[in-house]
Design a protein around this ligand. Structure first.
Ligand SMILES: Cc1cc2nc3c(=O)[nH]c(=O)nc-3n(C[C@H](O)[C@H](O)[C@H](O)COP(=O)(O)OP(=O)(O)OC[C@H]3O[C@@H](n4cnc5c(N)ncnc54)[C@H](O)[C@@H]3O)c2cc1C
Length: 432
């Protein structure tokens, strides 16, 4: 059995790697000359800039990949106790992550705190509500406004009031199984999951996909976009400019518009639905400053008079030589991303200087016209996505978005392919 993987971002690369570990034949085709997909890191004047994810968590799977790729010496680990802030009512306010911090935080009034503590008495998620309705019902308006909306909405650059709970709250729904979100959060802390530190690498996040590519280069064809997927007996054919390859299984890891184009012949219904999914445009402005605040960074509350959505303090997280990454655009201001680079740079710099009271210099602007899956109303289209047997969508819009989740999904898929292979070829495999 051969698995044909379309895309060598982190999902495709991890899948190729785990398939090799399990003796499953696999080949990944990547359109770009570089592996890694949206994970991209560069050096500008000696400083590492992240153009995609700024960090990941050190989950057991990522620890395993770090060991497989001999990256232990390159791993950078941030302090789990670093503070995170919300910019609200004109200043940075620390997000409370412990009972003590909860009691003393100025992000909530006494009444707001009491209302939040009533969460275990509230009902679970309903299919017909938005993420905003759900969080207001669970935690009250004040906690929603000052904490949940900037932090949860900030992950996606989305407005939770536009996010149907059915799609946007899948992880939360799992947490709810323990009866209460507060209890689930406490359990996660006790199990140590909250202690998995944020990590990156000396050469930036892209060092992981690059190392995975190097380990599996014989199974990854760069600069080879797949142009078409078509049925071929019990399997499929993947057409590229270099020819066509027959595979038994297809895994698509590409953005939804690309996946739609590839599925147009073999599954027109899913293709039509995938074309409807909306992504939030984002712009990243990299600044250099000697501000030296300590922490992860901040998210800006929705009603503050700033264009900035949030800022990651790479300098503090990973000692990145004065680097700060500002995020602009998102669902709130999608048109902003199309403005000239010098205007985006000026906005980010001026707002950063006003918030932190320290001067900064713009070193780079990166645009993501189709940045992050919005999980907005367009996600109802997912009801019409039902790919034929043998074709799997392993993507950050069908599954969870974070790097750890992408890697976990790749591992689960490789395990299921190995099990299918063993079921189909029990004798042949036993004699290996
Ligand atoms: C701006 C941004 C910031 C993020 N920040 C974080 C963060 O801080 N922490 C975190 O954990 N997660 C973050 N995420 C989420 C996470 O980085 C992504 O979900 C994950 O990296 C996606 O990986 P992937 O391999 O599934 O998809 P992609 O990285 O999109 O990979 C798909 C690959 O398919 C290739 N491709 C496209 N068309 C074709 C074709 N026709 N044939 C062959 N190949 C093709 C593309 O070139 C690409 O390499 C962020 C995502 C974005 C976009």
């Amino acid at each position: 059995m051969t698995v044909g993987i379309v895309g060598a971002g982190i999902t495709g690369l991890a899948l190729a790697h785990y398939c090799r570990e399990r003796g499953v034949d696999a080949v990944a085709f990547e359109a770009s000359a570089e592996p890694g997909g949206v994970i991209r890191s560069t050096r500008v004047d000696g400083r590492v800039l992240e153009h995609g994810p700024q960090r990941t968590r050190l989950t057991p799977e990522i620890e395993g990949l770090v060991a497989d790729c001999d990256l232990d010496d390159a791993l950078l680990t941030a302090d789990t106790d670093l503070p995170l802030y919300v910019y609200a009512d004109g200043r940075l306010r620390r997000v409370p992550f412990s009972p003590r911090a909860f009691l003393s935080t100025d992000l909530l009034s006494a009444r707001g705190k009491l209302r939040m503590l009533a969460e275990p008495l509230t009902d679970g998620a309903r299919d017909d509500e938005t993420a905003a309705d759900y969080f207001v019902r669970k935690f009250g308006r004040e906690a929603y406004h000052n904490l949940v909306e900037p932090l949860f909405g900030g992950i996606y650059g989305s407005d939770p009031a536009e996010m149907p709970g059915k799609y946007a709250l899948r992880t939360i729904r799992k947490m709810e199984r323990s009866g209460s979100l507060v209890r689930a959060a406490v359990n996660r802390r006790l199990e140590g999951k909250e202690r998995q530190p944020p990590v990156s690498f000396v050469e930036g996040m892209a060092q992981l996909p690059r190392a995975l590519y190097e380990r599996n280069a014989d199974r990854v064809e760069l600069e080879t976009p797949v142009e078409r997927v078509s049925a071929d007996g019990s399997g499929y054919r993947l057409d590229t400019a270099d020819g066509s390859r027959r595979v038994e299984r297809v895994v698509l890891t590409t953005r939804s518009d690309v996946a739609a184009g590839l599925l147009a012949d073999v599954d027109p219904g899913s293709a039509r639905a995938l074309r409807r999914l909306y992504y939030n445009p984002l712009a990243y402005v990299h600044l250099v400053s000697d501000a030296e605040p300590d922490g992860y960074g901040y998210q800006v509350r929705h009603d503050e008079p700033l264009h900035t959505l949030g800022v990651t303090w790479n300098a503090s997280l990973f000692d990145r030589d004065g680097v700060y990454t500002c995020f602009l655009g998102g669902m709130e201001n999608p048109g902003l991303v199309d403005r000239p680079a010098d205007e985006l740079g000026r906005i980010a710099r001026e707002e950063f200087e006003a918030v932190l009271g320290a001067s900064a210099e713009v070193v780079n602007v990166t645009r993501h016209p189709r940045g992050i899956p919005a999980y907005d109303g367009s996600w109802t289209a997912m009801e019409d996505v039902d790919t034929p047997e043998g074709i799997t969508l392993a993507t950050n819009y069908t599954g969870r978005m974070g790097v750890p989740a992408r890697i976990r999904e790749a591992k689960r898929l490789a395990e299921s392919f190995a099990a299918d292979r063993d079921a189909a070829e029990p004798v042949a495999h036993r004699s290996d």
